[in-house]
Ligand binder design. Structure first.
Ligand code: AAT
Length: 291
C-alpha cells in the first residue's frame, strides 16, 4: 500500500490492485450493509468506494452507466416500464430517463447511504432521481423481485456490486428466475457480469443458468472502464420467450440528434459501439459460446 494512494485490493482479483492518487477523503461511513467512502482523486474526479471496491468515478462512469442502460433499452422497440436493481448512485436512472417511451422507472437499492452520499457528492449522477417517472424503493433486490407480479416490466437492469457482500444472491439462479417472471414476453434483462480477464468461471455459471431460464436470446457484451478491475466489465443480456430480440442490431436507436439536443449529451454510447460490444476475443467466445 502506497501512502497517499487508494489501492483496490480484493480476493476477487488476487495478485493485482489498481491504484489512484488521493487528493482528499471527502466521506467515510459505515452503513448497515457496507463501508462507504468518497474521495477526490488526482485524475479521475470524485470516486465512490464500497467495501474497498470502486463503484464509480466521475471521469469514466459514462462508459458503464450508458452501456448497461442503452444496450438493453435500444434493443427493444418501445420500453415502457423499467426496473433497476442496485444502482443507488442514480446514474442508470439518468440514462433510462433519456428514453421518451418510458413511463415508469422503479429502482430497488439496498443501501440508503449510497443514495444519500451520491446526492451529496455526485450531483451529475444523482440527477437521475429528479425525473418524475422514478420511484425509489430501499430494500433487497431479491425480495423486491419476488413480490413483482408476473409480466410487469419491459426491461430489468441489474447494476449490482460484486458477488461478495450484499450482492451475492444477485448472481444466483433463483434471482434470474424471478427476473424472467417479472418480464413481459420479449422483455429484456441486462446484468453486471464481471470481467472476462478475471471471472470467466462466474460468467460461465451465469451463462449456463441464463440459457436454461431465458428462452429468447442470451448474450455477453462488454465495455472498457479504466477504473474497474482489469479495465473492462461485461454484461449479460437476455430476452424472454416472445417477440424475438436481436441485441446486436438495435431497433430503438438514440441518435446523435436526440443526445445533442438534450441538456446532457451522451459521452460514450453510440450505435456502432452497441453492435461492437457483442464481439468477443477468441478465448472468451470459446468459453461463453454464442446462441
Ligand atoms: N452504478 C455504480 C455501479 C455499481 S453500484 C452497485 C450497487 O448495488 C450499490 O449501490 C449496492 O449498494 C447495490 N446492491 C448490492 N447488493 C444489493 C441488493 N441485494 N439489492 C439491491 N441493491 C444492492 C456496481 C459496481 C460494479 C463494481 C465492479 N467491480
Amino acid at each position: 500500500v502506497i501512502p497517499g494512494w487508494f489501492s483496490e485490493i480484493s480476493p476477487m482479483w488476487p495478485g493485482e490492485a489498481h491504484s489512484l492518487k488521493v487528493e482528499k477523503i471527502l466521506f467515510e461511513g459505515k452503513s448497515e450493509y457496507q463501508n462507504v467512502m468518497v474521495f477526490q482523486s488526482s485524475t479521475y474526479g470524485k470516486v465512490l468506494v464500497l467495501d474497498g471496491v470502486i463503484q464509480l468515478t466521475e471521469r469514466d462512469e459514462c462508459a458503464y452507466q450508458e452501456m448497461i442502460t442503452h444496450l438493453p433499452l435500444c434493443s427493444i422497440p418501445n420500453p415502457k416500464k423499467v426496473l433497476v436493481i442496485g444502482g443507488g448512485d442514480g446514474g442508470v436512472l439518468r440514462e433510462v430517463a433519456r428514453h421518451n417511451s418510458v413511463e415508469k422507472i422503479d429502482i430497488c437499492e439496498i443501501d440508503k447511504m449510497v443514495v444519500d452520499v451520491s446526492k451529496q457528492f455526485f450531483p451529475d449522477v444523482a440527477v437521475g432521481y429528479e425525473d418524475k417517472r422514478v420511484t425509489l424503493h430501499i430494500g433487497d433486490g431479491v425480495a423486491f423481485l419476488k413480490a413483482v407480479p408476473e409480466g410487469t416490466y419491459d426491461a430489468v437492469i441489474v447494476d449490482s456490486s460484486d458477488p461478495i457482500g450484499p450482492a451475492q444472491e444477485l448472481f444466483e439462479k433463483p434471482f434470474f428466475e424471478s427476473i424472467a417472471r417479472a418480464l413481459i414476453p420479449g422483455g429484456v434483462v441486462c446484468t453486471q457480469a464481471e470481467s472476462i480477464w478475471l471471472h470467466m468461471h462466474i460468467i460461465e455459471d451465469i451463462v449456463a443458468n441464463c440459457r436454461q431460464i431465458f428462452k429468447g436470446s442470451v448474450n455477453y457484451a462488454w465495455t472498457t472502464v479504466p477504473t474497474y478491475p482489469s479495465g473492462m466489465i461485461g454484461f449479460m443480456l437476455c430476452s424472454t420467450e416472445g417477440p424475438p430480440v436481436d441485441f446486436k442490431h438495435p431497433v430503438n436507436p438514440i441518435d446523435e440528434n436526440d443526445s445533442q439536443s438534450s441538456a446532457r449529451p451522451l459521452k460514450f454510447y453510440n450505435s456502432e459501439l452497441h453492435t461492437a460490444a457483442f464481439c468477443l476475443p477468441s478465448f472468451a467466445k470459446k468459453a461463453i459460446g454464442s446462441k
